[in-house]
Design a protein around this ligand. Structure first.
Ligand code: ADP
Ligand code: ADP
Length: 239
């Protein structure tokens, strides 16, 4: 039984067909890697998984209690609540995921506030736990992201994304743009989190190396379509 199931998604921007009848399934505990060249539709698909965007056609089901058969029928408020409580996301651009001038700990605590936690000491403690799990240096937790390196900013995004133990963690090019040595460290953290907590992940990258390191199953996209799909070992065996 898939945890996440999207079917028949299409989306056109002007005369660009960003998604053309795309379907995807994600099973509990797995890492689905989505690869493809720039412009192939990967980010658009991820934004739909995060309910940030609606398709022109298609359906979206999450196998969680008390949700409708098609999440695109939810209104803006319901989508925001679902996103806040059940979906974590890490963007390539930290400006999309973080308030760059607020403290890092505050950025993580904001997620918990949305979910109803109001006790200051608990917010701070939980934010610290999530930052520690993301291997963020705790003595820096009150520094604003704008003063931190790119690798540390991604760790703050990650801490924010996992603070509420989301049903699914979405990662959009989480290491692109970082120094290669830092990329490896962030990937190690993701891998450790995945192994320890069995977090279901969807990882978008144009970097085959990243997908090969992380993904159990791979979907290859081209011009808004899924052109190949399978277990990582099989997909990477092809010539
Ligand atoms: P990828 O993540 O694989 O690079 P995207 O999903 O970002 O691809 O983009 C797919 C196509 O849709 C591209 O041609 C892109 O320019 C277009 N596109 C994506 N989002 C928008 C948008 N909000 N407005 C207009 N065009 C968009
Ligand atoms: P709106 O619905 O008004 O666009 P949201 O409340 O959904 O705004 O998002 C508030 C902030 O949280 C934004 O900075 C956004 O980038 C970020 N965000 C969106 N989705 C998620 C998510 N699943 N997990 C963490 N942060 C998110």
């Amino acid at each position: 039984q898939p945890l996440m199931e999207l079917s028949g998604l299409s989306k056109t921007y002007g005369n660009v067909r960003a998604l053309d009848d795309v379907s995807a399934r994600v099973y509990p505990g797995e890492v689905l890697g989505i690869v493809g060249e720039s412009g192939s539709g990967k980010s658009t698909l991820l934004r739909m998984m995060n309910l940030e965007e609606s398709p022109d056609a298609g359906r979206y089901r999450l196998d969680l209690p008390e949700l409708p058969e098609d999440l695109f029928t939810l209104d803006r408020f319901e989508r925001r609540m679902l996103r806040a409580r059940r979906i974590g996301i890490v963007y390539q651009n930290p400006h999309l995921g973080l308030l760059m001038k607020h403290s890092s700990s505050g950025n993580v605590a904001e997620r918990l506030l949305v979910a109803g936690e109001r006790r200051f000491a608990v917010l701070r403690e939980k934010a610290q736990v999530a930052l520690e799990a993301s291997e963020f240096p705790i003595p820096r937790m009150d520094a604003p992201p704008i003063e931190l390196s790119g690798g540390m900013q991604q760790r703050v995004q990650l801490a924010k994304a996992i603070a509420l133990e989301p049903a699914v963690l979405l990662l959009d090019e989480p290491t692109t743009g970082l120094d290669v040595s830092v990329q490896a460290l962030v990937l190690d953290t993701l891998k450790r989190l995945q192994q320890e907590r069995r977090i279901t992940m969807v990882l978008v990258s144009h970097d085959l190396g990243v997908i090969r390191t992380m993904a159990d199953r791979v979907m290859v996209m081209r011009h808004g379509r899924v052109v190949e799909e399978g277990l990582a070992d099989q997909v990477f065996q092809d010539p």
